[in-house]
Design a protein around this ligand. Sequence first.
Ligand SMILES: [Fe+2]
Ligand SMILES: [Fe+2]
Length: 300
Amino acid sequence: MEKSLRSSILIIGSIFLINFMLAILAVFFADALDLKVAFLLFLASIISSAIAITVIGGYFTSLSTYLIHIRRLYKLNNLTNPLLLRLSKEAPGTYHHSVLVADLTSKAAKAVGVDSMLCRVSSYFHDIGKLKNPTFFIENQGLMKETNNHSSQEKSPTQKAKIVIDHVRDGIKMARDAHLPMEVINMIAQHHGNSLCSYFYEEAKEKDSSRIKKSDFRYDGPKSQTKEAAILMLADSIEAVARVKNNSVDNKKLVEDIFLDKESEKQLDDCGFSLRELATLKNTFADTLNSMHHLRIEYP
Ligand SMILES: [Fe+2]
Ligand SMILES: [Fe+2]
């Protein structure tokens, strides 16, 4: 935004300077100018004024779009949103995970200079689709009265994968119904990219490898199309793995492994991060994890 303001001011300033010089020329050489040259000077000043008005108009349009975007996100940056209140009550493990992911994403986004408010808000909402079947997801098991059906033998691996994959589809639908901004809906849609639901895929392969289709075990995608979406995807996996490992591994290695995994699945191909930005992200994620999982000191 600052860059576009600076370049707009530069363009408008130059145009006004040109106009001013044309006016001076016209005044000083009024007697000497023939009608044709005077007309050309007049035409040049009209054209340059039109350009100035277009630049100013364009700048104010993008400024107002940006302010609307910030205002909407600012309103949603609030854990009292009805959907989030439902999440905290009906899927407490997912809610806690989302709050931690928000901390990871917003710090990472700030470190590489992208939209940290969008990352924070989208993190809160990224798994709202799990509200359809909260006890199926491991983070909610043991926290709720209903029993878990994750390991249930009644469902085939394909059916179980479909429930997991559906949390993205359901999340998109719920976000649309709640009139969340399109940027947030896109972040929900992209937070697993088109990665493979490998746990159930391997289970299916073990049972009957001849009849399974790999595409049935893939999220719909698309892959992360923006830096913010890639940050959410990485933070989501980092938080989930960190919770399972529970301080038993070095956080730097944990983060490195997640990045390698996403890179090998080609999930970071479309987001446009440079190598330097990826290194900054790794360090920031590891630092945030360290601050989250610091050892508690017993005070005397
Ligand atoms: Fe998810
Ligand atoms: Fe998640």
